[in-house]
Design a binder for this molecule. Structure first.
Ligand code: PLP
Length: 398
């Protein structure tokens, strides 16, 4: 086993920051149920509300607009289900490259659902949005449009403000954005974006897993997914996860200390990759993208084999394609971008974050190139076909 592992999978999850561990320990030691009226309860409430105010300030929102959830998945589920069940929306338009945390609830809601196409670079097609909005108007439907702020596999950013303007100019519809991958990576201000709903998750930015937030615009009625004690203004019952909430606030506070020039590192990596292997394809290269993400493939080279070879060499990355419970699934993201299987099954994703160092990508590229050259020479000697049969593609839906 390699002595040192270099972690290049921040889009799956980020290592927890030390400041977060400290804040969570303090909250655990504080104890208390924020709904209790005694002093321990009131201290816990104080911590929750200070954390809420801090996170809201970071997003340009008022504190009451935030609903704490168990993560990005629940925030997305509430964002889609809440307005449909409350009767505020009766149709869905979702981006073709959305995460399953949006796709799955959208499919189950039983209202007309339309999929918004993306370009070959993964950017939502605004002419198609225009058509879909017209269809909704013709059919007397009020759409909830859910388009992710940035894609988890490719890092491609969506023009959310333009989408909001199009929806609001023509309909009484709502706009939700899954901002799980953008918080801390690009400036996110709910007022500037103009969205009605926005989801985030703690563990992508160095906070704890199992905590998320749904921003809900003032006056928007949501039916809750979880009912009970009426916490979070009745929008999400259950005793608040005080340590995780405090940890999320600490992670957001720590973002101010991040100033890595990820775009420079990533661009240098991609330039060297293309020099070494000219038929490599960088997905979404022509689109505005997150600085921390690169996702690429080489025709016929299997993604999962690369992930395993890199792991043995000490580099932790994801494949762009996945396998759950033994069933092989293509990357729906790359398929929506029109990529054929031969290339999309080859995709691997490298993503940087708060503890990344300048040399991480270059060192990973050296290991990857080594793997690539060995694969190529085996291929020439005819062994590659056997390899291909042995390894099913894996999908990183993270
Ligand atoms: N949305 C996107 C774009 C994601 O990448 C993820 C995480 O994999 C989620 C939602 C789900 O977030 P969580 O893991 O906090 O439930």
């Amino acid at each position: 086993m390699a002595a040192e592992h270099i972690y290049l999978d921040y889009n799956a999850t980020a290592p927890v920051r030390p400041e977060v561990v400290a804040a969570m320990r303090e909250a655990l030691e504080l104890g208390g149920n924020p709904s209790s009226v005694h002093s321990t309860g009131r201290r816990a409430r104080g911590l929750v509300e200070r954390s809420r105010a801090h996170i809201a300030g970071f997003l340009g929102a008022v504190p009451e607009a935030l609903v704490f959830t168990s993560g990005g998945t629940e925030a997305n589920g509430l964002a889609l289900t809440g307005p449909v069940r409350s009767g505020r929306a009766d149709a869905l338009i979702i981006g073709a490259t959305e995460h399953d945390a949006v796709r799955a609830p959208a499919r189950r809601l039983g209202v007309p659902m339309f999929e918004l196409r993306v370009s070959g670079d993964g950017v939502p097609d605004l002419a198609h949005l225009d058509d879909l909005l017209k269809t909704c108007i013709d059919r007397g439907l009020t759409p909830l449009v859910s388009v992710m702020h940035a894609n988890n596999e490719t890092g491609v950013l969506s023009p959310i403000r333009q989408i909001v303007d199009m929806v609001k100019d023509t309909t009484k519809g709502l706009v939700h954005t899954d901002a799980v991958q953008t918080i801390g990576r690009v400036h996110v201000d709910v007022a500037a974006l103009g969205v009605d709903l926005l989801s985030l998750s703690g563990h992508k930015l160095g906070g704890p897993p199992g905590i998320g937030v749904l921003f809900v615009a003032e006056g928007l009625a949501l039916d809750p997914l979880i009912e009970g004690g009426g916490q979070e203004l009745g929008r999400r019952s259950g005793t608040e996860n005080v340590p995780a909430i405090a940890g999320l606030a600490a992670a957001i506070e720590a973002l101010d200390r991040d100033d890595h020039p990820f775009a420079e590192w990533r661009d240098r990596f991609e330039a060297h990759l293309m020099d070494a292997v000219p038929d490599a394809v960088v997905f979404g290269a022509g689109a505005p993208r997150l600085d921390n993400t690169t996702c690429f493939g080489v025709p016929e080279l299997i993604g999962e084999t690369q992930v395993m070879a890199l792991d043995l060499a000490g580099f932790e990355v994801s494949s762009g394609a996945a396998c759950s419970s033994g069933k092989v699934a293509r990357s729906t993201v790359l398929a929506a971008m029109g990529q054929p299987d031969t290339i999309s099954n080859s995709a691997i994703r490298l993503s940087l974050g708060w503890a990344s160092r300048e040399t991480d990508l270059e060192r990973c590229l050296a290991a990857w190139t080594d793997h690539y050259r060995r694969w190529q020479s085996r291929r020439i000697s005819g062994a590659a076909n056997r390899d291909q049969e042995a390894h099913a593609p894996l999908h990183a839906n993270t």
